[in-house]
Write a protein that binds this ligand. Structure first.
Ligand SMILES: Nc1nc2c(ncn2[C@@H]2O[C@H](COP(=O)(O)OP(=O)(O)OP(=O)(O)O)[C@@H](O)[C@H]2O)c(=O)[nH]1
Ligand SMILES: [Mg+2]
Length: 290
């Protein structure tokens, strides 16, 4: 994450000056690391106002920067939803096309299984036949029950059926996968609202959480995605996927700063184990350490 950031920091502050030159270089480095302009401005102005010792070194710059970013990010670090053993939970996973929803549904089922909770999958992406097949493959791999339907079936009915199955068979949890949708397609967003409404209609018997899956490599456009989705449904938290490999990751800082929305976990690969609850301190350590 934020690749080479530490190297750049060391170059920028090698002259041991916090002046307009070094701050503007830092500004540029943060921008190319996908931290949005408003958040960069905030970080730079806090650093400008920070008190440094006479002969400060790079460790001091890092420590101030870490404190500034931690103050922005840490309040929004949130755990994945806790399951109440008396009442099952339905987790609805939403997001734009290809953001990592189906993979994250599988990762979440695996995560809860490790804690002894039995879950089922609901294939409410009825748009493409391949979507249901992809989730069925995961169900087979992870040995999970899955509720599927015919292609083009109403995703709200699949969600309803998944919840019924969960309740009637005493499962702790169901994870509902939905079709990818662009936030500017109001017909698809209305469909999502309907799915959400159907699930909410069962709120006396099942807890409901909605998680939006964001592709952590998409940068600033993800902020707009979350804003638009939030106009239609309540988002309880985000999972940022694909924060492995060359992902830049600075988006997390701006998403939190701009949207004040909880980050629950990050996805770091294509396998079921590649999901970690978001840890702000660990995230910042990774940014600031080589
Ligand atoms: N490297 C990496 N790849 C991921 C991660 N999460 C998902 N992917 C890959 O990204 C691609 C898209 O993931 P899907 O889970 O199918 O995404 P989706 O949101 O369900 O896609 P649609 O249903 O088409 O909207 C797949 O090739 C996944 O293996 C991750 O955390 N890291
Ligand atoms: Mg999918």
């Amino acid at each position: 994450m934020l690749k080479n950031f530490t190297n750049k920091l060391e170059n920028i502050f090698s002259s041991k000056k916090i002046d307009e030159n070094s701050l503007s270089e830092l500004e540029e480095t943060l921008l190319i690391s996908d931290v949005g302009i408003e958040t960069v401005d905030k970080i730079i102005s806090m650093l400008r106002n920070a008190k440094f010792s006479m002969n400060f070194d790079i460790a001091e710059v890092k420590s101030k920067l870490s404190e500034i970013i931690l103050n922005i990010v840490e309040p929004y670090q949130t755990k994945l939803p806790t399951i109440n053993s008396q009442k099952p939970m339905a987790i609805l996973c939403v997001g734009v096309n290809g953001s990592g929803k189906t993979t994250t549904v599988a990762k979440l089922a695996h995560f809860y299984k490790k804690f002894g909770y039995s879950g089922i999958l609901g294939a409410a992406d009825t748009f493409r036949a391949a979507a249901s097949e992809q989730l069925s493959e995961w169900a087979q791999k992870l040995n999970l029950k899955i509720i599927t339907s015919k292609q083009n079936a109403d995703p709200a009915s699949v969600s309803f059926e998944t919840i019924d199955y969960t309740l009637n068979n005493s499962f702790n949890l169901c994870l509902i996968d939905t079709a990818g949708r662009l936030q500017n397609r109001s017909d698809l967003m209305e469909e999502l609202k309907k799915i959400d409404k159907v699930i909410k209609s069962r709120d006396k018997v099942i807890d409901q959480k909605t998680i939006m899956i964001i592709d952590g490599t998409t940068g600033q456009s993800s902020i707009q995605q979350v804003r638009e989705f939030s106009k239609y449904i309540n988002i309880d938290g985000l999972i940022l996927s694909k924060l492995d490999g060359s992902a830049i990751g600075g988006t997390i800082i701006s998403i939190i700063d701009q949207l004040k929305v909880p980050i629950m976990a990050i996805g770091t690969g294509e396998n079921e184990n590649d999901l970690n609850e978001f840890d702000a301190k660990d995230f910042i350590k990774k940014i600031l350490e080589k």
